[in-house]
Design a protein around this ligand. Structure first.
Ligand code: ASP
Length: 583
């Protein structure tokens, strides 16, 4: 038997017992008269001690241990003289009676403890060592618990977990596909799924009624903090349902997770149409933990001779509560911030509302005090508040104001990580115009159903058609999205036409789906949650990397095994990826 107990288990009540522990040496402290060793495993840390009563031979063995050696220790549990209140095993220690080194370690490149001295790159390269750190392990244990609770909930609600293939047909669905050459079919390729979308719809045609899968998806996109080339979804589909049924089911799952995992009870999730989200928050994923809504002041602010405003399509402001005393320096910093390319505003106008009722602005030249007060009123500012105003074209300016809103909320501490405010954003537009290619794209995906009352607009004004599509947003993070699907092959064909596919292209790409719909397709709808994002939100982290055991870096590389990497000429030839010239 390698061990009788774990390193996190022993307490005062175990004193006097002989036990066997096994684990990694975190630290050795040789104090002359005594040597202390911190022995670590997944469950905790136990202090091992060798003192003047320990036979020399064992004492020498203990003193020869190095960091990250794997050892087995037999010893007697005893009460510590000086207790450590910070760890659960802090009241006891193990008086070593025998010791066996199971595996030695070279000196690790960084310390394996929560406040490690290792930088990001080094920890990625030695991810298996980084994964030894309790803080990192906790994130992955949280992930495992969340997957377990999710499975339990969905199984209890009649969902069938079904695997769908990983080698599939390449179909343009939004992002770029990763492709895999087929050795047996020269010149042909599989794609890795961006999502199991079509398969789950086919499972509905097959009568599965309720499907789910916790599944890897692959998208060849540029990476950000909340994106990885491979990521995990909680993917679901349901038959004979309407939007309302899907929202209720997955609101249920989210509440269940919040309760089970975080011990948090939340009210019914509010619903907000996409148009309102854009108008009031400048974002389709509003953080509603705080107010600070956008207010349009175009009419109020124009016609007073300020050229920047007079030529703007949209002028809007937000009110930063209690910031009326901001200094010149703070305002300059904010101005620089909005001018960053990621925000892209050309300048920032402010109105400082003094606690004495006076107002001061950066555009005093053009506006009377009353006019400025009117604007401040419109934006909801009170004495002591600061009004921040941006102008320009509508979409861009709203977006920039939305980002400024988040920035101000960060400064004001209005985004506490332990508060969860979920929200459904509904009634997304069906289509999105792309100026470059001069055509419409599906905002969600091509299988999303238009709202029945908007179908007439498909011919006259496609941009106005709303979809039966919805997103779950928590604290400003898009956690999931889905839609009611088209289940009529005629409407699906029409949709492909609107998206610029010729009937032949549609047939070649999606013929099998439209064909399946001709054999009796049930009405169906579904949703997918970004599981990595959900876990990182629950863990209070900003990046999904920390909740993935072996993530890629920002260039999509696994720096631990150095992939992607070249393959041999033989492999290339076998895959028909090089043309062999005759000798
Ligand atoms: N397949 C969709 C996605 O990956 C989700 C859905 O519509 O169910 O975003």
């Amino acid at each position: 038997m390698y061990r009788t107990n774990t390193c996190g288990e022993l307490r005062l009540e175990h004193c006097g017992r002989e036990v066997t522990l096994a684990g990694w040496v975190q630290r050795v402290r040789d104090l002359g008269a005594m040597t202390f060793v911190d022995l670590r495993d997944r469950y905790g840390i136990t202090q091992i001690v060798a003192d003047e009563n320990t036979p020399d031979e064992i004492r020498n063995q203990v003193n020869a241990l190095g960091r990250e050696f794997v050892v087995q220790v037999i010893g007697l549990v005893r009460e510590r003289a000086s207790k450590n209140k910070n760890i659960p095993t802090g009241e006891i220690e193990l008086e070593v009676r025998s010791l066996r080194v199971l595996s030695a370690s070279v000196v690790p490149p960084f310390t394996i403890q929560n406040d490690t001295d290792g930088g990001d790159d080094l920890r990625m390269k030695y991810r298996y060592l980084d994964l030894r750190r309790a803080a990192v392990q906790q994130n992955l244990f949280l992930r495992a618990r969340m997957a377990h609770v999710t499975r339990g909930y969905l199984a209890d609600h009649g969902f069938i977990e079904t695997e769908t293939p990983v080698l599939i047909k390449s179909t343009p669905e939004g992002a770029r596909d990763f492709v895999v050459p087929s050795r047996m079919n020269p010149g042909e390729f599989y794609a890795l799924p961006q999502s199991p979308q079509i398969f789950k719809q086919l499972l509905m045609v097959a009568g599965f009624d309720k499907y789910f899968q916790i599944v890897k998806c692959f998208r060849d996109e540029d990476l950000r903090a909340d994106r990885q080339p491979e990521f995990t979804q909680i993917d679901c589909e349901m038959s004979f349902v309407e939007q309302e049924d899907v929202l209720n089911m997955f609101e249920g799952l989210t509440r269940h997770l919040l309760k089970e995992i975080k011990g948090v009870e939340v009210d019914t999730f509010p619903r907000m149409p996409y148009s309102e989200a854009m108008e009031q928050y400048g974002s389709d994923k509003p953080d509603i933990r705080f107010d600070m809504k956008l207010h349009e002041i175009t009419v109020l602010a124009q016609g007073k001779g300020f050229p920047v405003f007079d030529t703007a399509e949209y002028i809007g402001g937000i009110c930063a509560e209690g910031c009326g005393e901001y200094t010149r320096k703070q305002l300059d910093e904010l101005t620089e911030w909005v001018k960053r390319p990621q925000i892209g505003a050309r300048g920032l106008v402010y109105i400082k509302c003094g606690t004495d009722g006076t107002v001061k602005s950066s555009v005093d030249k053009f506006y009377s005090e009353d006019e400025l007060k009117n604007i401040a009123d419109e934006v909801g500012a009170k004495p002591g508040d600061l009004v921040l105003i941006l102008s320009g074209d509508k979409d861009h300016t709203r977006n920039a104001l939305g980002l400024l809103r988040l920035e101000m909320a960060n400064k004001l501490g209005l985004r506490p990580k332990d508060t969860f405010r979920p929200l459904w954003v509904v009634d997304f537009p069906l289509l999105e115009w792309n100026e470059e290619t001069k055509r419409y794209f599906a905002m969600h995906h091509p299988f999303t159903s238009p709202k029945p009352e908007d179908i007439v607009l498909l011919d006259s004004d496609p941009g106005k058609v709303r979809a039966n599509a919805y997103d779950l947003v928590i604290n400003g993070v898009e956690i999931g999205g889905g839609s009611v699907r088209i289940f009529d092959s005629g409407l699906q064909a029409r949709m492909f036409e609107v998206l610029g596919f010729t009937p032949e292209q549609a047939e070649a790409q999606f013929g099998f789906l439209m064909n399946a719909f001709r054999y009796g397709a049930p009405p169906h709808a579904g949703i997918a949650f970004g599981f990595d994002r959900l876990v990182s939100l629950f863990a209070g982290l900003d990046s999904i990397r920390d909740v993935i055991a072996f993530p890629k870096n920002n260039s999509g590389r696994d720096v631990m095994n150095d992939s992607p990497s070249p393959i041999s000429l033989e492999q290339l030839e076998e895959l028909n990826l090089v043309i062999k010239l005759p000798e």
